[in-house]
Write a protein of this length. Sequence first.
Length: 279
Amino acid sequence: MSLLRIATVDFLNARPLIRGFTHAPLSSRVRLLSGTPAQCAHWLRHAETDVALIPSIEYLRIPGLRVLPLMAIAVRRQARSVLLFSRVAAPEIRRVAVDQSSRTSSALLRILLNRRSRHRVDYREMEPSLGRMLASNDAALLIGDAALKEDATGLKVYDLAAEWYAMTGLPFVFAFWAMRPGAILPDALEPFLESKRLGLAERERIACEASTELGLPAHDLIRYLHENIYYDLGVEEMKALWLFYHMAKEASLVGAAREVAFYEAPAPAADPAPMGGVQ
């Protein structure tokens, strides 16, 4: 049997969800691809992977997907890793450079600036380099580890999750697992739930490993994984997601808002009836 293909983002905030797939014993049961949020969506759209951790907005752009329940990358109040760095106050923003790997955060930014800026805002996708992005733009959107590491001295900084919470009083769902049409999960949800359980139990270790890699204090990254990011997809998160989808539709960022279709494990086969009828 071929290995299940799984695509995930290479950000610190995704590591608790994928911990089981990067370490034994689950690592031997999957083929793991790692890329940007935009790449994960691309791979899933073109059936180059079976399951992907996709930006939540991409569910509305890729037909036929099913979402794996109970798991997401979500934020209740502040993300700390989805940041708009600006040389001017939000109402005066006219030109924004957007991290080209972003999808959901880019859509959220457009929704927020539609309500905050006094001007028509022009958006330009760029590689995530703050200096180059701000050289010819009023503001720059960085996501993931690049946002965590950036020095914001002298700039105004807007946390998009905090801005969303101030507007709606709801959490925000940035990403979740989705599977392509026709994909089969040999062990249903269990490997994904087990990977999440392992990751949540090892957040301190994950943060310490990332500390050297990112050049950031381990205690700061531990706080980030415990206090800023969480990994549930429940009633409040679905309420927030539905509102986000409607706002995205109103802003002409997607063609239509539609209900989320969840993956359901196949029912076990019924035991065959005994030969000879009822005894």
